[in-house]
Write a protein that binds this ligand. Structure first.
Ligand code: FE2
Length: 232
């Protein structure tokens, strides 16, 4: 696998994924994998779910009797990946996602379909793996503009702030996460996280040595099976 931008580092093992350093430019580390097994079978069994489900071991084991051998291989991988992160002291969640809530705010939508950075109050990373359907998408930082830096958008937010009131405009932007959302510039470099690859991406936190990785969830297509993903 060839990295799409100089901000991505490709590694070959989970240990390298965990231990590789971010910086000076790198803000996304990818454990590139081609997984065996049939994840679509698991997603098909969850086709009728309306809401986002967090799948624990019991939920996976309940599905297992209805899976073929390839489906069971996929189930084992989901549980093993979850366990890998768990053993590192992280809080992984194996999710079945039919769709995410959409934010129809016309100034700055703040849903996960919009390119955004994650933020944490203390040092943290985001881990992500998509197992079926479409995967998360990244945006090179040089190809992105914070939505709040667009003069038209900023004016709309200033009007909103004037209506709602508050101590400071900057605090207002942070509180609503408006400052975390980005628009792709013309000819932006976007990249797919791909299916089966496990990613560790940089988050915005006080003192972070590197710019956060900008990413988004893929658009949901009606009638398609839910996405299976691991997130921490
Ligand atoms: Fe995110």
């Amino acid at each position: 696998m060839t990295p799409a931008t100089s901000r991505i580092r490709i590694v070959g093992s989970f240990d390298d994924l965990v231990n590789a350093s971010f910086g000076p430019e790198v803000n996304a580390i990818c454990w590139a994998r081609q997984l065996p097994g049939n994840f679509d079978e698991i997603a098909a069994l969850l086709q009728d779910e309306e809401d986002i489900l967090s799948l624990d071991e019991e939920a996976i084991e309940t599905l297992r009797p209805r899976l073929s051998e390839q489906g069971r291989i996929a189930a084992d991988i989901l549980l093993a990946d979850r366990q890998l992160l768990h053993e590192r002291g992280l809080l992984p969640s194996l999710e079945c996602v039919p769709r995410y809530p959409r934010d129809d705010d016309n100034a700055v939508p703040t849903d996960v379909y919009s390119f955004h950075a994650d933020r944490a109050p203390v040092q943290a990373d985001t881990y992500l793996c998509s197992y079926n359907e479409s995967s998360s998408e990244g945006l090179d930082n040089a190809s992105a503009q914070r939505r709040i830096d667009n003069p038209v958008t900023r004016q709309k937010l200033q009007d909103l702030f004037a209506n709602e009131g508050g101590d400071s405009f900057d605090e207002f932007l942070r509180e609503h996460c408006y400052d975390l959302h980005y628009a792709p510039l013309p000819n932006a470099v976007r990249y797919s996280f791909g299916i089966g690859n496990m990613w560790r991406i940089a988050v915005e936190y006080p003192g972070s040595p590197v710019a956060p990785c900008i990413h988004r969830a893929p658009d949901t297509v009606d009638g398609r099976p839910p996405r299976l993903l691991l997130i921490s």
